[in-house]
Design a protein around this ligand. Structure first.
Ligand SMILES: Cc1cc2nc3c(=O)[nH]c(=O)nc-3n(C[C@H](O)[C@H](O)[C@H](O)COP(=O)(O)O)c2cc1C
Length: 200
């Protein structure tokens, strides 16, 4: 039975505030009984989508780089935690390119109408979105959320929950806010429990 949760880190800082929140969420998922794996986008060697459209007819991308193993991994996982800071009111460029490369899943699902998951499998796949921003302005998460909701839809993950923390320019070190760390842990734990319950 599947119980694998992948955590994607979209920050270039592998030990920054986003990374700390992702670790807490993954710890929660692990304590709930799931197997966890972290994908650090900053450590992957890949290019942005070049629109070669090989994936219009094939179940993969023609670009032979570090995205290749991700496709299989994302087909096999049971749920996802995506964690990123806001940059220029949107998704950081490298993470955005990572997400764009899942055009492979888009083509299968929407163009060829031959999705990688059955309806039942898709219903069991959930996503938790964690995001932090420097500023405390009303619309700071609007751009990132639109992209993440589209990405979750493309890879067949239901947008189950989110943890959006603004004002990081004031907070500076997330470790000074144990209640936020606790919220990340609890949301990861809840996602993990959902995975366990829906795969029994
Ligand atoms: C290039 C860049 C662009 C940023 N753009 C925004 C922005 O548009 N809005 C905002 O609220 N914060 C912005 N920030 C601030 C980050 O969201 C914030 O510093 C966050 O805590 C970084 O998380 P990390 O340390 O885990 O990478 C930006 C930071 C960088 C480096």
């Amino acid at each position: 039975m599947g119980r694998k949760i992948i955590g994607v880190l979209g920050s270039p800082l592998t030990e920054g505030n986003t990374a700390i929140l992702l670790e807490r969420a993954l710890a929660g998922a692990k304590d709930a009984g799931c197997e966890i794996e972290k994908v650090v986008v900053a450590n992957l060697d890949f290019q942005a989508c070049n629109e070669m459209l090989f994936c219009r007819e094939h179940d993969t991308c023609i670009m032979d780089d570090d995205m290749q193993p991700q496709y299989q991994k994302f087909r096999e996982m049971d749920s996802l935690i995506l964690a990123t800071p806001v940059m220029t009111m949107g998704i950081p460029g490298r993470l955005k390119s990572f997400m764009d490369r899942f055009q492979v899943f888009f083509m299968a699902k929407y163009m060829r109408k031959s999705p990688f998951f059955t309806r039942e499998e898709a219903q069991r796949r959930n996503g938790l979105f964690i995001c932090i921003s420097g500023m405390k302005v009303p619309e700071v998460f609007v751009g990132v959320k639109l992209s993440v909701q589209a990405f979750f839809d493309i890879i067949d993950c239901n947008y189950q929950d989110e943890l959006l923390i603004n004002d990081m320019d004031t907070i500076r070190d997330i470790r000074t806010r144990p209640e936020i760390l606790d919220a990340a842990y609890k949301k990861g734990f809840a996602l993990g429990k959902t995975v366990i319950a829906s795969n029994q």
